[in-house]
Write a protein that binds this ligand. Structure first.
Ligand code: GLU
Length: 284
């Protein structure tokens, strides 16, 4: 078993992160496997070395260890590029020059004032740029996956859920094709400012690190349909998934990155121990 914790260094780790990291660590330990750390720093406008240093410090304090050096997504841009090239060569990508506002407007138009469908990657793209003529070479622009085309000739998209989704989903999850087309749509695989996207990077990195079990919060359950599809398209193995409950505040709201009140560093400063943190997240 190989598990991982994959934080983005864009803020302090809070109790929700502690739960996720401890769970992944404990599961690997129990099975005699490995626990890896990966730094998801593709969003250069938000990632900060100081947050990364704080992540290492908090996780070590919690009692976790992992093989060094850790994988950093910012070092993996050539691998992301190569995967994009293969999809481009198969005619599955197209450049998109839409801004968010164009997408909201175009997606809302047919709904007659209603709200456009929203999937795990945001508003389902209305297809504005889909049928424009393609440049001969893959451009350095935002690139979208042509979902309908991507699904042609591939078998059922599925993954194994060993934890639970937000609605109690568990076991083999088969994602119907019309859910992928109408509920998710033409997702962005390369953002103009990043040269990749979260979905593409996470799938390539889990494969490169030979992760067998992805342990993460239920907020990413819906996105797993995208990950399973990308794994099929890129010929990568699909790990098993274990989505876990989210740690919430007293009002029942899930913790956000800026929720400094529940930052691990805050509890440390208040004199709590790693065992206290385990108690707080119910992992004793
Ligand atoms: N980097 C993501 C986050 O901090 C986690 C991605 C994942 O576990 O797949 O929310």
């Amino acid at each position: 078993m190989r598990t991982r914790f994959a934080p983005s260094p864009t803020g302090p780790l809070h109790l929700g992160h502690a739960y996720s990291a401890l769970l992944a660590y404990d599961m690997a330990r129990k099975a005699g496997g490995d626990f890896l750390l990966r730094i998801e720093d593709i969003d250069r406008s938000r990632a900060r070395p100081a947050w990364e240093a704080q992540i290492f410090d908090d996780l070590h304090w919690l009692g976790l260890d992992w093989p060094e050096p850790v994988l950093r997504q910012s070092d993996r841009l050539p691998a992301y590029r190569a995967a994009l090239e293969t999809l481009w060569d198969r005619g599955l990508l197209y450049p998109c020059s839409c801004h968010r506002r164009d997408i909201v407007e175009a997606a809302s138009a047919p709904q007659e004032g209603g709200t456009p469908p929203v999937g795990p990657d945001g508003i389902v793209y209305p297809g504005t740029c889909r049928d424009k003529p393609l440049p001969p070479k893959m451009p350095e622009e935002a690139l979208r996956l042509n979902m309908r085309k991507a699904l042609q000739g591939i078998g059922p998209v599925s993954f194994m859920e060993e934890g639970t989704g937000p609605d109690g989903e568990t076991g083999r999850q088969e994602i119907p094709q019309d859910q992928l087309v109408d509920g998710i749509g033409d997702i962005v695989l390369a953002r103009r400012d990043m040269g990749t996207s979260y979905h593409l990077a996470v799938v390539l990195d889990d494969a490169a690190q030979e992760i067998t079990h992805v342990i993460r919060g239920q907020d990413l359950f819906e996105a797993t349909a995208i990950h399973a599809l990308l794994q099929m398209l890129l010929g990568l193995p699909t790990p098993r998934y274990h989505h876990h409950r989210l740690i919430r505040d007293e009002a029942g709201k899930r913790l956000a990155k800026r929720d400094d009140a529940r930052a691990i560093s805050k509890y440390r400063a208040d004199g709590e121990s790693p065992a206290d943190i385990r108690d707080r997240v119910g992992l004793r």
